[in-house]
Design a protein around this ligand. Structure first.
Ligand code: GLP
Length: 235
């Protein structure tokens, strides 16, 4: 595991975008595993900047996103599909047909999980998976549990996650209570993983990368992967 401590959010964003950009340059037809949340917004801004400067070309890139709220359609401005369109896909020359996010409106959740996992498998999983982390150690929406989930599944969100994410909604009652998420097993199938965290995530990141490997801290599973880079803000 490569651990890089940076001084601030700007450095985090530049460094993460550089690693993702290098992936796109080295393999123009790569599959990027992408994440939502506030943390990667700066990274996506830097990627869009590099595209505008003619440095990056996303025309052959495909992407698979970690998760999506159940019940929200892609045109709902709280959905992760909407977030991705706004923060990255609309700003670069990626073909939206090549961007994949679980379908929050799927009526048969079991079928949707199977479909999404099979889709990830058919693309050969991510060449590079970008991850943020929740304060409780969740990655994607893999909440602390008694076992690591192997594949894409539907989860009931923890109260702490609903509270944390309610800042982005008009009121707490609007936050969906369940979500589709890649499993820890799906995430670990990525060839490379990049975990990023701001200053408020320092403690949980250190617990995840230096503490016990336990499903109580889902991100601790990253210790089992052979090619992980962690960038976080620490003084
Ligand atoms: C959400 C997402 C996660 C993300 C986490 C942290 O719950 N499902 O993928 O890592 O939030 O988000 P933030 O970067 O906003 O703290």
């Amino acid at each position: 595991m490569k651990v890089i401590k940076v001084k601030n959010y700007e450095e985090l964003s530049v460094m993460a975008a550089s690693i993702i950009g290098a992936q796109v340059i080295n393999k123009p037809q790569c599959v990027l595993g992408l994440a939502t949340g506030s943390t990667p917004i700066g990274t996506y801004e830097k990627l869009a900047e590099a595209y505008n400067n003619g440095i990056l070309d996303f025309s052959e890139v495909k992407s698979i996103n970690l998760d999506e709220y159940c019940g929200l359609s892609g045109d709902n401005n709280q959905s992760y599909r909407y977030f991705m369109n706004e923060n990255l896909f609309n700003k670069v020359n990626i073909d939206k047909e090549n961007t994949f996010v679980p379908d929050g409106t799927a009526s048969d959740s079991e079928k949707e999980c199977e479909r999404y996992e099979a889709l990830c498998a058919s693309l050969g999983y991510a060449d590079l998976q970008l991850l943020g982390i929740g304060h409780n150690g969740h990655i994607g929406f893999n909440e602390p549990d008694s076992a690591f989930a192997a594949v894409t599944h539907c989860v009931k969100l923890q109260e702490s996650t609903i509270n944390a994410n309610s800042r982005l909604f008009e009121k707490k009652e609007d936050v969906p209570t369940s979500a589709f998420t890649m499993g820890i097993g799906t995430i670990l199938k990525a060839k490379k993983i990049l975990l990023v965290g701001g200053a408020d995530k320092k403690d949980i990141i250190e617990k995840a990368i230096y503490g016990d490997v336990t499903p109580e801290v889902p991100a601790s599973a990253l210790q089992l992967h052979k090619d992980v880079t962690v960038i976080y803000v620490a003084e």
